[in-house]
Design a protein around this ligand. Structure first.
Ligand SMILES: O=C(CO)[C@H](O)[C@H](O)COP(=O)(O)O
Length: 255
């Protein structure tokens, strides 16, 4: 039997416990062991607990056979490692383009469940997996819930994955055509001199637009710039969001 969420050992901080509570509840309440087989696993520090929970079910004799048959589709290098470390079966989106359910974190979630993602620079593969999934579940801690508009809590800007040779052109277009307040090519310092290179060998630009009142329109405008591979605005994609609160409770947002 896997441990009940209420009976878990303490972690190093309330924040870590909030992430774990969100993730464990999301898995427990949404995985259908009989029907689900292809599972998307996102990136970041909260989804770590999604993989951990699935790993616990794998060790549970009552669920072992079903979970051993799950094929987990990663959104990048980190999530590939998470899948392997928890003993789960790794698959690729090329082999399994139709995903039953996917779990991922978010950098900010607004009241309409529109998301900013890409703080960990995995946004293209995250969007590929989440939009290939019948059900996309977001797991996040309390800091990610926006009071109203995207861009309120997440001040770093909208992450945008761009083809490296186009970064100057895209930077100019974001400033002049879309009037971004601040545009920064994400650097890997101190671990790496120069731009962060994504798992797809692209660069990431963070473009600050302040409060985003129409994320759908902004996504379309950014996406139309030559050189943009994908934006970190995830529009009409999430079905349920689990927020772990700092008092140990979970808030659930859904359509
Ligand atoms: O979009 C992401 C990576 O590109 C992450 O899901 C997002 O940054 C949330 O991460 P965390 O769970 O560590 O807060």
């Amino acid at each position: 039997m896997v441990a009940n969420v209420k009976d878990l050992p303490q972690l190093s901080s309330k924040l870590e416990e909030a992430k774990r509570t969100a993730a464990y509840n999301a898995v427990d309440q949404n995985i259908n062991f009989e029907e689900h087989r292809i599972i998307g696993i996102g990136s970041g520090s909260t989804v770590v607990y999604v993989a951990e929970r699935l790993g616990q079910y794998l060790k549970d004799p009552a669920r072992h056979e079903q979970v051993a048959n799950f094929i987990c589709i990663p959104t990048g290098f980190q999530s590939r490692m998470l899948i392997k470390e928890n003993g789960l079966q790794l698959g690729s989106i090329e082999m399994f383009p139709d995903i039953d359910i996917a779990f991922d974190g978010a950098d900010e979630v607004d009241e309409n469940m529109q998301l900013i993602k890409g703080g960990g620079a995995c946004l293209f593969q995250e969007k590929l997996v989440s939009t290939s999934s019948k059900k996309f579940i977001v797991v996040a801690d309390y800091r990610k819930k926006s009071p109203k508009y995207l861009g309120t809590n997440w001040k770093q800007g909208v992450p945008i994955e761009v083809v490296p040779s186009a970064y100057v052109r895209v930077t100019k277009d974001l400033e002049t055509k879309l009037h971004a307040k601040k545009v920064v090519v994400r650097e890997g310092t101190p671990a790496k001199a120069g731009p962060v290179v994504t798992d797809n060998n692209n660069f990431i630009i963070d473009a600050d637009f302040g409060e985003i009142h129409d994320p759908k329109l902004l996504h379309t405008q950014i996406k139309s710039l030559v050189g943009v591979v994908e934006t970190g605005l995830f529009i009409d994609n999430a079905e349920i969001v689990y927020f772990g609160n700092d008092d140990g409770t979970v808030s659930v947002m859904n359509n």
